[in-house]
Design a protein around this ligand. Structure first.
Ligand code: PNS
Length: 170
């Protein structure tokens, strides 16, 4: 494997990172990771990407709409959609750093596999993991979708604009 030359600290731009995910839907867990990432990066691309292991509940347009509505006052957040490989987006935009959240041990295997694969095809690729806040360690978009399906209260897990939208979609 080709070893990339590591950038110096000064070169290591903290200008922008990418936070990719399905965001189906956006949860307080995602918001916690976004808030914490913004301590280290001036700008963050929240990238709605395709996870072929999951069947989407919300359309891409609904997800973009909700994210844009939620972040409309924050010029540091750029909501984008990408239909291809994550690393192709990152190469094209010259953003080598990607953010992911880690909750429970079961996340690790998949994250590890993705991180190694992404680095093999884009040697400059780096992923920074934020440990989920204990308050959100149980929280997942899949769990929110389960709650919606069975008429559960989702207000603890997603912001109001997302809850209002999901409640209409029940
Ligand atoms: O929120 P998720 O579903 O855990 O996010 C997973 C996501 C969308 C980041 C991942 O599936 C992804 O990177 N998809 C883009 C396509 C891709 O690059 N796949 C190869 C991963 S090694």
């Amino acid at each position: 494997m080709v070893e990339p030359s590591l950038p110096s600290f000064e070169e290591c731009s903290n200008e922008k990172a990418v936070y990719p995910g399905s965001f189906d839907p956006l949860t307080y867990g995602h918001l916690d990771i976004i808030k914490r990432s913004l301590h280290y990066f001036q700008n963050l691309v929240v990238l709605i990407a395709e996870n072929r292991k999951k069947t989407p509940f919300l359309s891409i347009e609904e997800r973009v709409g909700l994210l844009q509505k939620y972040f409309h006052n924050d010029s540091r957040i750029h909501v984008e959609v990408w239909k291809g490989l994550l690393v192709d987006y990152m190469k094209q935009k010259d953003i080598p750093v990607c953010i992911r959240g880690l909750r429970v041990l079961s996340d690790f295997e998949n994250e590890f596999q993705m991180a190694i694969t992404n680095k093999q095809i884009y040697p400059d690729f780096e992923v920074l993991f934020f440990m989920s806040n204990m308050q959100h360690a149980n929280l997942s978009s899949s769990m929110v979708k389960e709650m919606i399906h069975f008429q559960g209260n989702i207000r603890l897990f997603v912001p109001d604009i997302v809850a209002e939208h999901l409640e209409k979609r029940r």
